[in-house]
Design a protein around this ligand. Structure first.
Ligand SMILES: *[C@@H]1O[C@H](CO)[C@@H](O)[C@H](O)[C@H]1NC(C)=O
Ligand SMILES: *[C@@H]1O[C@H](CO)[C@@H](O)[C@H](O)[C@H]1NC(C)=O
Ligand SMILES: *[C@@H]1O[C@H](CO)[C@@H](O)[C@H](O)[C@H]1NC(C)=O
Length: 384
């Protein structure tokens, strides 16, 4: 007790006093540093940071550089963006395929609903991409919504979205669940950076080849448009809306000829950078997809299309399918052949002729044929 009075303190040797003072000083400096740090990082963080799903706790078997923010390894001005609220099963492989095809310095952002984010983030390989800073999974905070197409159109035509969530981004490669880049393409996405906007051409529009299912956009040009134009709610889709304004925007370098397009939608182009199959093939355009030989060529060039398209096996075709899914003509002719047994066949010999000749169904698939022939009666096969 007596050590705390004035005489006691003075009696301690100066060297012994120095030690606690130094300790206190170190502790104070340490505290000061730890107080500064959160302030610094919170300044750096954006709205994107808030919405960003926490990096999962994944143990990687290979070392990653101990950089403070792994995202610094990528070019923050280039972003591949996918917005999808539905938990579609092919989203993880689609995202990973796009990562492999797009040059390695691009970053990826997936904006989803709680459900689609859970679906995507389950994959180990996706978690790895989050850990190395390549991919962010984001659920936008209210009032933002991506529940409907109209919500997404509003999002993409709102400059606050670009200011708050895409702060450093200059180029956006926007892709959707039904669009894909082809690994066999001789050109890279970086070759398109000279455009302010390019995408897919559409029949009947010779002015704008920037339809948006798979498109490359420049944020500075988007902001220029949004600085003096606002889209009416529940009006046209965002790509058409931008298209009309970009086409007349002075100095904007916008893809306008069919050849400028990077993606094929319903205007055929040989070996494009990628394809946008609207709704996964629900309404395919005949000029691109109507011909079996051309279709074969497309699938040989871009086999990964089978990831985003509804497909069935060749052997699931009807036996009288003409290879294009058409069998109506055959049906009609078979009907006339049956009806034509009476007077009509004699009245129109040519028709009757053609009714007899045409398509004999090709041999039925093997297993069925075998099981039918076991009846031992050729009449029961129903083939002839
Ligand atoms: C990011 O990419 C753009 C376009 O390729 C390039 O001009 C820029 O220098 C890159 N930034 C960094 C930090 O590498
Ligand atoms: C997702 O959010 C909605 C409402 O925002 C909620 O009703 C639903 O249960 C959530 N789903 C999951 C899987 O958390
Ligand atoms: C358009 O919709 C947004 C909500 O998405 C709303 O905030 C805004 O007021 C609407 N604009 C008009 C003109 O109704």
């Amino acid at each position: 007790m007596s050590g705390f009075n004035t005489s006691g303190v003075l009696s301690v040797a100066p060297a012994r006093m120095l030690v606690p003072i130094l300790l206190i000083l170190m502790w104070y400096l340490g505290r000061l540093h730890s107080q500064y740090e959160p302030i610094v990082t919170s300044k750096v963080s954006s709205r994107l940071e808030e919405a960003r799903k926490m990096i999962p706790s994944v143990k990687l078997d290979w070392p990653i550089p101990l950089a403070k923010d792994p995202r610094a390894a990528f070019n923050s001005s280039k972003l591949a963006l996918l917005i999808e609220a539905r938990p579609l099963p092919h989203l993880p492989p689609l995202i990973l395929h796009m990562m492999a095809v797009i040059p390695p310095d691009w970053r990826f952002l997936f904006i989803g609903s709680n459900e689609s984010i859970i679906g995507v983030s389950r994959a180990y390989s996706i978690k790895h991409q989050q850990v190395i800073g390549k991919l962010d999974l984001v659920e936008l905070p209210p009032p933002w919504s991506i529940a409907s197409k109209e919500d997404v159109f509003r999002l993409l035509t709102d400059s606050r979205f670009y200011d708050e969530f895409l702060t450093d981004v200059e180029w956006i490669l926007k892709y959707e669940h039904d669009s894909i880049l082809c690994a066999n393409s001789e050109t890279s996405v970086d070759d398109g950076l000279g455009w302010d906007w390019t995408g897919a051409a559409r029949m009947g529009d010779g002015h704008f080849s920037g339809y948006g299912g798979l498109s490359l956009r420049r944020v500075s040009v988007i902001k220029r448009v949004l600085s003096f134009q606002a889209r009416f709610n529940d009006s046209e889709p965002e790509d058409e809306w931008f298209g009309k304004r970009l086409w007349v925007l002075p100095g904007a370098k916008v893809a306008s000829r069919f050849d400028d397009a990077i993606a094929v939608e319903d205007v055929y182009m040989e070996r494009p950078m990628g394809y946008h199959i609207r709704e996964g093939g629900g309404s395919l355009d005949k000029s691109v997809w109507g011909d079996a030989a051309r279709r074969k060529e497309i699938f040989e060039y871009c086999p990964e299309l089978s990831m985003i398209m509804d497909m069935k096996l060749e052997r699931q075709r009807c036996p009288d399918d003409d290879g294009n899914g058409d069998r109506e003509m055959a049906d009609v002719q078979v009907t006339t052949a049956v009806l034509g047994e009476g007077d009509d066949a004699k009245a129109l010999p040519n028709d009757a002729e053609s009714a007899v000749l045409p398509p004999q169904p090709p041999p039925l698939p093997q297993p069925w044929k075998v099981s039918v022939t076991t009846f031992g009666s050729p009449l029961r096969t129903g083939i002839d």
